[in-house]
Write a protein that binds this ligand. Structure first.
Ligand SMILES: *Cc1c(COP(=O)(O)O)cnc(C)c1O
Length: 242
């Protein structure tokens, strides 16, 4: 069934209210938390409905799906496209052409390839470094589930900072999925601890952003310091299988 404006608005208002409550409960302001509407696998009509109802930031996992969606949404001003999924190296040109933010920088090779594509286009891209804070093998990102690993990230960060067309803005993580959102809290906390560690080591870099929290656990993520929450199903409803 197609997403109606009424359903979307209800979902959106509910999420904004829950985000605000979570921020207040942690002594934060919801103004410091950006909602990324995760539209992967949703039909383009759902994105148009979201844009019509005020959504400006879409999160996508598949780079090649973004350009046709941009064509469909061309009448809406000021839309930003965030890549949140793993980027295959042959897709860096699409990303360099169409994407505004990359949350999922998960290897030096990807960073360097993307940097070259951006250089060719004279663009600078804000990026987040994806960290694996849970040791789950299926999760992407650099190994950072133990504080003893933090130091070994420094050569990586050193090399990333040489990529002058990437602008490092913070960290991203995708913890394991739990039925109890509280179970994700230690992982969100670990990402914030790592961010603070890097902020001390690299004081000239802006480490402000923490992209963490999905439909399942965004309130806990906000309490632990998330500045970007990536919410799909709670906003759009279940992803259609195809
Ligand atoms: C799909 C996805 C989300 C959103 O998940 P929902 O359960 O739909 O809120 C967030 N982050 C990443 C990396 C994803 O792949």
């Amino acid at each position: 069934m197609a997403l109606s404006d009424e359903t979307f608005r209800n979902n959106h208002h509910m999420i904004l209210a829950r985000m605000e409550k979570a921020a207040l409960s942690a002594g934060r302001t919801v103004k410091d938390v950006t909602l990324v509407a995760v539209s992967k696998k949703q039909p383009v009509d759902a994105l148009i409905c979201a844009a019509r109802n005020g959504i400006k930031i879409f999160g996508e996992n598949y780079a090649e799906e973004v350009p046709p969606r941009q064509v469909e949404l061309r009448d809406f001003a000021g839309i930003q496209w965030h890549m949140i999924g793993h980027i295959q190296s042959r897709k860096t040109k699409i990303v360099a052409d169409s994407i505004d933010w990359v949350h999922s920088i998960d290897s030096l090779e990807l960073a360097q390839r993307l940097n070259r594509s951006l250089q060719e286009r004279g663009r600078v891209m804000p990026v987040l470094l994806e960290m694996n804070v849970s040791s789950e093998e299926s999760k992407g990102g650099w190994a950072a589930w133990d504080e003893s690993q933090f130091e070994s990230l420094q050569p990586v960060v050193d090399s990333l900072l040489v990529c002058s067309n990437l602008q490092v803005r913070g960290l991203m993580t995708m913890p394991p999925l739990f039925t109890d959102p509280e179970a994700a809290r230690p992982y969100f906390h670990r990402l914030a601890v790592l961010r603070d560690y890097l902020a001390v080591k690299y004081p000239t870099v802006d480490w402000r952003e923490l992209s963490m929290g999905t439909s399942a656990d965004f309130e806990v993520a906000i309490q632990e310091g998330a500045t970007m929450v990536r919410i799909g199903q709670a906003l759009f409803g279940p992803r259609p299988t195809r």
